[in-house]
Write a protein that binds this ligand. Structure first.
Ligand code: PLP
Length: 263
């Protein structure tokens, strides 16, 4: 796990790499948003990154999301009380991991964007709970590219169909697509996957059906974010390259740990 000075250094270095990749793909550093994935982070590391001015954070499990949003809120509240002038600005949370339907209700109030929507039943549950809460929920469809053996995500041909369904639901707003490339030491292995998802994203944008707010392409993790940006990603989700590896024995996988899983 990265120490305080290591985290500051990692952050500076990673932001430079993100900016350089954005420029290589003809964009500005500001055009690519980094979600800091806190699943391997300690509460102190989260506080430090907030202090450094970072605003977007992500979690892949609901229980951790609840704990970490609480850590962040407490910290922000304390900083505002002590020094309202210099306090860090608002932060935003992203749900990036597999979401079970029975957790939807608790997740909606905590997050700005759900990246990992991958079934009609989940979509319907988000719509139901969002209606009850009087909220409009922003979401991404999680796409699984053809050559990808990962567990979650929609096959490419299923995406336009589900997008049309979302379009009819008043409390949902489809903001774009997300994908996770299978882990490989060589980031180039991810390129054809990112290209395929980027192509689908571009086609759907061109169609114009989902409006100007269909504008988020979330792809790229610590091992392959530069390739993802080169392929058109405008959101990258970074954990290990910021916070370091998880402490020994800690399970941070996107596994269902709930035997009452409903899908
Ligand atoms: C853990 C996780 C990440 C970050 O992975 P790193 O390799 O630590 O950067 C990004 N996206 C999802 C969905 C994750 O579960």
């Amino acid at each position: 796990m990265a120490s305080r000075s290591e985290l500051a250094e990692n952050y500076r270095h990673v932001m430079e790499r993100v900016a350089a990749a954005a420029r290589r793909s003809g964009r500005h550093a500001d055009d690519v948003m980094t979600v800091a994935v806190t699943k391997t982070a300690s509460p102190d590391q989260i506080r430090q990154l907030i202090e450094l001015g970072h605003q977007d954070f992500g979690e892949n499990r609901v229980q951790q999301l609840e704990q970490r949003t609480a850590v962040a809120e407490e910290f922000l509240a304390r900083r505002r009380m002590l020094a309202p002038e210099g306090a860090p600005s608002e932060i935003r949370w992203h749900m990036i991991g597999h979401l079970q339907r029975n957790k939807v209700k608790s997740v909606i109030p905590l997050v700005k964007l759900i990246h990992s929507v991958d079934s009609l039943r989940l979509i319907e549950e988000i719509q139901t709970q969002a209606a009850k809460l009087g909220r409009k929920v922003d979401l991404l469809l999680q796409v699984k590219a053809a050559s990808d053996p990962t567990k979650f995500g929609l096959a490419v041909p299923a995406v336009p169909h589900l997008a049309e369904q979302i379009d009819t639901m008043l409390h949902l707003r489809l903001r774009g697509l997300m994908t996770i490339a299978p882990y490989d030491d060589d980031p180039e292995v991810s390129r054809p996957i990112f290209e395929q998802v980027a192509e689908l994203f571009t086609d759907m944008r061109k169609e114009g059906r989902y409006g100007e707010t269909f504008n988020i392409l979330s792809m790229g993790m610590s091992g392959d974010f530069e390739v993802a940006i080169e392929c058109g990603a405008n959101v990258v989700r970074l954990g290990r390259c910021l916070f370091g590896e998880a402490p020994e024995g800690e399970d941070v996988d996107d596994e269902d740990d709930d035997p009452a899983d409903d899908d």
